[in-house]
Every structure is written in structure tokens, then in C-alpha cells.
Write a protein that binds this ligand. Structure first.
Ligand code: G6P
Length: 608
């Protein structure tokens, strides 16, 4: 969603800012803008559509300034127009501000500011902030920002500059991330560390209700209530490298191929064969409460939600916990039975998804032990959970999540194993699964080595407008995830069903133009899914079957067959999902879709 980049240093700010915005493009947006302090007159440019349109304007003008702020906007209040694009100025044209998040009391504030004589030029909630800062400004920009924010309800990550403070940028956050980057004679800020990775590996994560003042090579942080905060920089791991596509035409394909290493990273240092148990250091501090836990509620959104659905099967198989999975956006509407022995597990790649964060806070309020399974180190969900586990998948740029998903599945198995082994799961069962997990990276490599087969299938099927995905038990969440991938990037309507539900509706849709992908590894539900496949074929439906290598029996029942190596039933989802990701990717490429920037979607959804 919206992205922020801010720079104060010695390089031409327009270069740093536009480059930073391009690195944030993957997050999804519909307009962009920049403000640069260039001598006495600030330079401001805005454009609707891609950052390339803004870039063209900015490069032609080549402003000389070395201080500026920039933004990509994903419209919430008001259409994606130049007038609504950020930065927004105050009445005097001295203050410029960019904002991520939503100002909930903007109408009340706007009315008051208009009554006091302020003139508004956009339909956005953001513009009230520029005028509010103006109304508090008495020569100290940081103080004005702090005082303005004390009046604000809602969420924000902001960056502000003022013509009379030509070296300074003030940033602040509440509920919308801001990370600072500090170099020898330059300072940066952004809503996402990936925009800073090419400048510095020294970053500082701002916390909620903090305001930072940046000058070249230095920064200071204060709380909204004006207490000084001491916080040193932390190292940003693997940043710049992850932002290069290397030999791959798209980040998504690169990330699909990175999955073997991502799973290796998720497992690294976490396996103890001697005791048949995983080592998850991040859960040590809450070990006792975990041992006493009776029920588990998993909350998440999108792909992370499907990982959660898989997690439900994993925890139910390996532990005696009563497990529920809930969409984070629905969590608030449920009357869930949360007690002290309830564990709520929030799963999020970004660690910033607004609904997941809101669910986490609600669960905390109700006294649950809240755990996070998060990829982005230092993100809000990671910081606000009582304890948790990082998935260590590395920066994921592709909007359609791939390597994060398989890393999440890996960690969920480890977490379920840890809890299972402290209950009645035997050493043998534990160790068998750990050994199975260790085989996954090489088995994924085997699947990826045959990616050409998926490209051929995509060529064959990419003209189809509707697809059905079916699976049972552990494969049901994978059917959902496979269908989501196809919708997200190839814009093909795809529905996923638990195969047992076929006869309760979807079978009515089956005809020769409505193909099905059936997940049918050689597991305990194999015979049942073969019956479902036969029912589809009896109605002239085409079927692509995904099964375990060597299971030639399925060939007679399907039109096309994809094989994946054999592993423990519970671990097969880590393998069956890979061909589905590749299939969606190649369908999108064949259909000429913008794979890394799918329409209307954002990498990280930071509004509810
Ligand atoms: C967005 C992304 C999805 C992601 C979902 C949840 O919709 O496009 O890829 O699965 O948010 O994000 P999270 O960061 O919480 O896993």
C-alpha cells in the first residue's frame, strides 16, 4: 500500500527519492509525488499511475535540492488524482507532508481548520495534517508535528519538511511503519526497509507514538509526550541482495526458486535430533504458558490465512490443543472463548497487516498469550507479540506471496512439533517429521528443475476463464492457496473447495471449459479424492492431477499429471504448492499480466 521515502544528505534528493519509490512499487499504489527543498522555492511534482510518469517529470526538472520527501499513494479518501496525491502542503506553501494510514477524526479537524481560515485543496484525510502542523508551528518543526499529532485519532506514518528548516525532516508513526536509515553524512526514512537497503544496512525502527528529527548523518527520537528516546541502529540483513532480480524476469519467479533456501533458513539451528524436538529460541520465555495451553486460535489474512488453515491440521495432528483458525478481519466479530490458557498465533509475512495487528491487540487485551509468526524482523506484530518465531524467508518483494508461505508452513510444523513433544508425541514421530522437513529443500529443487513442464501446462490452459482447485485434509489449504495465486496474478477466476464439498454445489459448474486442479498425493485421503476426480471426468471436466512421484495409477483418471517427490503426508503441502505457484506464474506471463505489480493489490495491507 502507500509508501514513504525521505532523504536529507548530500546527493541530489530527486535521484534517491525516485529510486526509493521504485523499490516500494511492489507494495501497490495508484499515484505518486515528491517535494524537494531546492533553494527558496520548493520543487513539487505529482503523477497519476506508475512512478515512471513521475520520474520523467522529475528528471526533466532535475531539481538541485538535497532534502526531500516522496510518496506512493493507494487511494482511500478521494480518487487517485494529482490533487489527492501526496505531498500535501499547508496554506503558506512552506510545509509539505506525506502520510500512510488513515486519520479517523479528519472531518472534525477539517471543519475546525476551515473555520479558522485554512484552505483545503484535496479530498484526502492527509491534508488536515499539513494544516494542523501549520497551526502549531512557532519556529520548531518537530514540536509542531508533536503537538499536531496529539490531536489526531487514527493511524499514521508521516514525513514532513519545512522551507525554513532546509536540512531537516521530521517523521512520526502510529500504527504505520517508519524505519530510519543512517549513513555517514546522510539520513533516510521510509515506510519499508527495502527502500533504504541500497544506501545503508544500519536501520532504526520507530515505535508507535514516536517522532524523529533527521539531519544529514544524525537523528534524534522523542515520544509524543516529549521524552527523549535513546535507540541505536540495528543491522538490516540481506537487504540490497534481495532487491535485485538477478537472472529472473520477475521477483515472484525468483522467490519461487528461493524456496529451498528459505526452508533451509527456517530450519537452520532449529533441529535437535537427539531429542526429536525443534529448538525455537523465541518461544523459550513463554515455555511454561505454552505447556499449560488448552486451545489455540490462529489469526491472519490472505496467504498467511491459508498457512493458518494448514497450521490447524498440523496442531491437531501433533498436539491435543483445540484449534480454531480465524480471518483477522473477522476476529473482532467473533465471540471467541479467550482465557489465560488460550494461545493466539498471529501469522504475517510483513508483520504490519492492519487487521492482524488489530486482532493481536484484541487478544492481548483479553489476556491470551499472543505469539507471532512473522517474516519482517522488527515489524509491529513481531514487537507487540509476547513471543514468537521469525520465518527468515528474506525480503519478499512479489505481491503474491510464495516463499513466505512455505516458510510459514515449515515453522508451523516446528511449532506444532514443539508443543506435541511436550505432550504425548513420541520421540520417533517427532524425529521422523524433523528428518522429513530436512528433505524438503532438495525435493523442492527437484520440482523446480522441471518448471518447464508447468510452463507447457500454462500455455495449454491459460485461455481458460474459470478454474476449480480441490484438495482434502492437509491439501485443502493448498487448493485455496493455489486458487488465490491464479486469481491474484493471472486474473483467472479460480475457486477452491474441500473435495468432499464437490457434490454440494461446484459439480454443477463442471463442463469441458471448466478445468480442475486436483491435489491427490498418495496420502490417507487419496482414494476419496480419486472418486471426486472420476465424478468430474464423468461430466467431461478436464483434470490436472498433482500426485506423489511413482503413483502412475492416477494417470488413467486425469488429463495431465504433475508429480512431486514423496514425503510424510503432513509435509506434502510444502511440495504440492510449488507447481501451483509456477502454474499461476506462467499463466500470468502467457496472459501478459504485470506479475510483480498485480492490479489493485498491495503487498502489505496497512488499513483495515
Ligand atoms: C496482502 C498480500 C498477500 C498477503 C496478505 C497478508 O493481501 O498481497 O500476499 O498474504 O496481504 O499479508 P501478511 O503480510 O500479513 O502476511
Amino acid at each position: 500500500m502507500c509508501g514513504i521515502v525521505a532523504y536529507t544528505g548530500h546527493q541530489p534528493a530527486h535521484q534517491v527519492l525516485v529510486e526509493g519509490l521504485k523499490r516500494l512499487e511492489y507494495r501497490g499504489y495508484d499515484s505518486s509525488g515528491v517535494a524537494i527543498l531546492d533553494g527558496s522555492e520548493p520543487y513539487v511534482a505529482k503523477a497519476v499511475g506508475k512512478v515512471a510518469a513521475l520520474e520523467e517529470q522529475v528528471w526533466k526538472a532535475a531539481p538541485a535540492g538535497v532534502v526531500g520527501i516522496a510518496h506512493t499513494r493507494w487511494a482511500t479518501h478521494g480518487k487517485p488524482t494529482e490533487a489527492n496525491a501526496h505531498p500535501h502542503a499547508d496554506c503558506t506553501g512552506r510545509i509539505f507532508l506525506v502520510h500512510n494510514g488513515i486519520i479517523e477524526n479528519y472531518l472534525v479537524l477539517k471543519k475546525r481548520l476551515i473555520a479558522a481560515g485554512h484552505t483545503f485543496r484535496s479530498e484526502t484525510d492527509t491534508e488536515v495534517l499539513s494544516h494542523l502542523v501549520e497551526s502549531h508551528y512557532q519556529g520548531d518543526l518537530e514540536a509542531a508535528v508533536r503537538l499536531a499529532l496529539l490531536e489526531v485519532q487514527g493511524t499514521y506514518g508521516i514525513a514532513v519538511l519545512h522551507r525554513h528548516h532546509p536540512r531537516q525532516i521530521v517523521v512520526a508513526r502510529r500504527g504505520s511503519p517508519i524505519v530510519l536509515g543512517v549513513g555517514p553524512d546522510e539520513s533516510l526514512a521510509a515506510s519499508d526497509a527495502s527502500a533504504l537497503a541500497h544506501h545503508t544496512d544500519q536501520v532504526v525502527y520507530l515505535e508507535d507514538n514516536e517522532v524523529a528529527c533527521l539531519e544529514p548523518g544524525r537523528f534524534s527520537i522523542r515520544t509524543l509526550d516529549n521524552r527523549a528516546v535513546e535507540r541505536g541502529p540495528t543491522l538490516l540483513e540481506g537487504g540490497a541482495e534481495a532487491m535485485d532480480r538477478g537472472r529472473f524476469p520477475h521477483y515472484m519467479l525468483k522467490e519461487i526458486f528461493e524456496q529451498p533456501e528459505a526452508v533451509e533458513n527456517a530450519l537452520r539451528g532449529r533441529i535437535n535430533h537427539a531429542e526429536g524436538v525443534p529448538k525455537l529460541g523465541g518461544l523459550e520465555s513463554v515455555r511454561e504458558r505454552l505447556e499449560q495451553a488448552r486451545n489455540l486460535i490462529i489469526v491472519s489474512c490472505g496467504t498467511s490465512y491459508y498457512a493458518g488453515l494448514f497450521g490447524r491440521y498440523a496442531f491437531e495432528t501433533l498436539t491435543d490443543l483445540v484449534v480454531e483458525t480465524e480471518l483477522a478481519s473477522e476476529f473482532r466479530y467473533r465471540k471467541l472463548n479467550i482465557r489465560r490458557n488460550t494461545v493466539v498465533l498471529a501469522i504475517s509475512q510483513s508483520g504490519e497487516t492492519a487487521d492482524t495487528l488489530a486482532a493481536l491487540r484484541e487478544a492481548k487485551r483479553k489476556g491470551a498469550l499472543v505469539l507471532g509468526l512473522v517474516n519482517v524482523v522488527g515489524s509491529t506484530i513481531a514487537r507487540e507479540s509476547h513471543a514468537g518465531v521469525y520465518s527468515h524467508a528474506g525480503i519478499e518483494v512479489g505481491v503474491a506471496s510464495t516463499k513466505s508461505f512455505t516458510s510459514q508452513l515449515t515453522i508451523l510444523v516446528l511449532m506444532a512439533l514443539l508443543l506435541g513433544r511436550s505432550r504425548d508425541l513420541s520421540y520417533e514421530q517427532g524425529d521422523q517429521l524433523l528428518r522429513g522437513l530436512e528433505r524438503i529443500p532438495d525435493q523442492m529443487r527437484e520440482i523446480l528443475a522441471h518448471s518447464e513442464r508447468l510452463r507447457e501446462l500454462a500455455r495449454q490452459y491459460c485461455g481458460v476463464e474459470h478454474f476449480l482447485y480441490i484438495g482434502r485434509k492437509y491439501q485443502y489449504p493448498i487448493a485455496l492457496e493455489g486458487a488465490l495465486k491464479l486469481k491474484e496474478i493471472a486474473y483467472i477466476h479460480a475457486e477452491a473447495y474441500a473435495a468432499g464439498e464437490m457434490k454440494h454445489g461446484p459439480i454443477a459448474l463442471i463442463d469441458p471449459d471448466f478445468p480442475t486442479i486436483a491435489l491427490a498425493p498418495n496420502d490417507s485421503s487419496y482414494e476419496k479424492i480419486v472418486s471426486n476426480i472420476q465424478e468430474i471426468r464423468a461430466r467431461d471436466g478436464k483434470v490436472i492431477g498433482v500426485t506423489t512421484a511413482g503413483n502412475s495409477r492416477l494417470a488413467q483418471h486425469v488429463d495431465d499429471l504433475i508429480e512431486v517427490p514423496a514425503n510424510h503426508d503432513l509435509l506434502m503441502p510444502l511440495l504440492t504448492v510449488v507447481p501451483l505457484q509456477l502454474f499461476a506464474y506462467y499463466c500470468a506471463v502467457e496472459r501478459g499480466c504485470d506479475v510483480d505489480k498485480p492490479r489493485n493489490l498491495a503487498k502489505s495491507v496497512t488499513v483495515e
